[in-house]
Design a protein around this ligand. Structure first.
Ligand code: PRP
Length: 210
């Protein structure tokens, strides 16, 4: 049996739907329960539901053979895992945003740029690549509040529809990169459970190519 870590929250339903289209089904009553560990009806897989940011940890340490999480989470974690499939859902941009007043502001006029974010590593790498000193303020959610309350001038966050930014008077300053859901696989499982892992990759790949 393969253990698969799924990110709870916004990507969970899309991930389960994709698996179901590939014939890997979890019974409705299991999904309605509060169980954090459920099995597929064919007993080939057990799914564990974890916080998105923890998926790479479960897979890298091998307690899950595979996982589904966003590219954003993978970039931030810099985990040593295989990433064999772009699952093509959960499309978002990772962007720098701020209030109208700071859009177009010359970074050279600032001693340090203070950025609130769930992604301190992605933000730091982006600003350092531009040669701009950055101070990150880590927040685990509702990041758009930071510029409104003066905690930071800028944020680095996910933008899906752009609604949260707009309704909080913020604008995109720059798009750092784009993200979608990825299938990731533990390096040892990739070799030791080669048959099951290859079968999973081809089953999901077939659905994506339909
Ligand atoms: C994400 C992200 C933005 C919002 C973007 O937050 O951090 O706040 O969604 O979506 P939009 O462009 O469609 O408005 P999430 O809902 O994951 O909650 P969080 O604030 O707890 O991170």
């Amino acid at each position: 049996m393969l253990t698969i870590a799924l990110a709870k929250g916004r990507m969970q339903d899309d991930a389960l739907e994709l698996f179901a289209r590939a014939g890997i089904v979890v019974a409705e009553e299991e999904l309605k329960s509060r169980k954090l560990l459920v099995q597929s009806t064919d007993n080939r897989f057990q799914f564990v539901f974890v916080k998105p940011g923890d998926v790479p940890t479960y897979v890298e340490y091998g307690v899950a053979d595979a996982g589904v999480c966003g590219r954003d989470v993978l970039m931030e974690a810099n985990a040593d895992v295989h990433e064999p499939l772009d699952l093509k859902f959960g499309y978002c941009k990772i962007a720098v945003a701020g209030r109208k007043e700071v859009v177009g502001q010359d970074y050279n006029l600032l001693a340090t740029v203070r950025v609130a974010t769930k992604y301190p590593n992605i933000a730091t790498e982006y600003f350092h690549r531009k040669g701009i000193p950055i101070e990150t303020v880590y927040l685990s959610g509702s990041v758009e509040l930071a510029p409104l309350l003066g905690l930071s001038d800028r944020i680095v966050d996910l933008v899906e529809t752009g609604r949260t930014l707009k309704e909080n008077g913020l604008e995109v300053i720059d798009v750092i990169t784009e993200t979608t859901a990825r299938l990731i696989v533990n390096r040892a499982s990739f070799h030791l459970k080669r048959d099951e892992v290859s079968k999973l990759i081809s089953e999901l790949g077939n659905v994506l190519n339909k």
